[in-house]
Design a protein around this ligand. Structure first.
Ligand code: ADP
Ligand code: MG
Length: 254
């Protein structure tokens, strides 16, 4: 992890840049005129009602969905149909899903070692060493030889975070990482995410955990009906000076 404070100094080129991004599903416009710059080390938290386009936005950033107009640039590489660009972007953008998405037939260790071996050509010994170090970081080194189904939801999500980190990504994307968890397991996952944030990881996270957002976010984004309705520094966002739609949403969830 390259968590250095100089990385967050303004003026640096953004790690992720979205310019007038649009995404349609048939006639339905899921994303409209999305503009967002995320600098190195910046933590951006995205909230908004169900169906507002949060997942679609996150999925466009690592091209699980293809945008229809505008530009998405990750670490200077513009996303296009060029598959070389896709490979670059996939290895620089880590993703953590709501439903963990671990490989059920593989041990925890193999879940972590697979991509570095296949995609980066790392040796098994080196991949396992990195994997074990990351399992220490998410505080479950003793689970390395188990299978996902033998772990709790909170443990599985921490494995998923470690797996994303194995590729040494420039940015981590989270899509409601605690929404599928039993309440007593939410904090163990948020604690790990908070630690990553403190270490300087660049993060874009969809969540409704507003306590976490207040602690961790540099920038808050509120989406509604496929658009960014509000984007503000965290303190300003929560201080009550928002757009009426944002305020209504916060009143409902806080
Ligand atoms: P959120 O994550 O904010 O709840 P989504 O990004 O999942 O919202 O969805 C935004 C809108 O796009 C919703 O109306 C949803 O039904 C629609 N949508 C998402 N994915 C698809 C898809 N694959 N096909 C058609 N419509 C979709
Ligand atoms: Mg969603």
């Amino acid at each position: 992890m390259t968590g250095t404070s100089h990385a967050t100094q303004p003026g640096e080129d953004p790690v992720v840049q979205l310019i007038s991004v649009e995404k349609n599903f048939g006639d339905y416009t899921a994303l409209k005129d999305i503009n967002l710059d995320v600098r190195s080390g910046e933590k951006v938290i995205i909230c908004g009602p169900s169906g507002s386009g949060k997942s679609t936005l996150i999925r466009c950033i690592n091209r699980l969905e293809q945008h229809d107009a505008g530009k998405i640039i990750v670490d200077g590489v513009e996303m296009s149909d060029d598959t070389r660009n896709l490979a670059t972007i996939r290895s620089e953008v880590g993703m953590v899903f709501q439903q963990f998405n671990l490989f059920p037939h593989m041990s925890v260790l193999d879940n972590l070692a697979l991509a570095p071996m296949r995609v980066r050509g790392v040796s098994r010994a080196e991949a396992e060493e990195t994997a074990l170090a990351l399992l220490e970081r998410v505080r479950i080194p003793e689970q390395a030889r188990k299978y996902p189904a033998q772990l709790s939801g909170g443990q599985q999500q921490r494995v998923a975070i470690a797996r994303a980190l194995c590729m040494k990504p420039r940015v981590l994307l989270f899509d409601e990482p605690t929404s599928a968890l039993d309440p007593e397991m939410i904090s163990e996952v948020l604690d790990v995410m908070e630690e990553l944030a403190r270490e300087g990881m660049t993060m874009i996270c969809v969540t409704h955990e507003m306590g976490f957002a207040r602690k961790v976010a540099d920038t808050m984004v509120f989406m509604d009906q496929g658009q960014i309705v509000e984007k503000a520094p965290t303190e300003a966002f929560f201080s009550g000076a928002q757009n009426a739609r944002t305020q209504l949403f916060l009143d409902q969830i806080l």
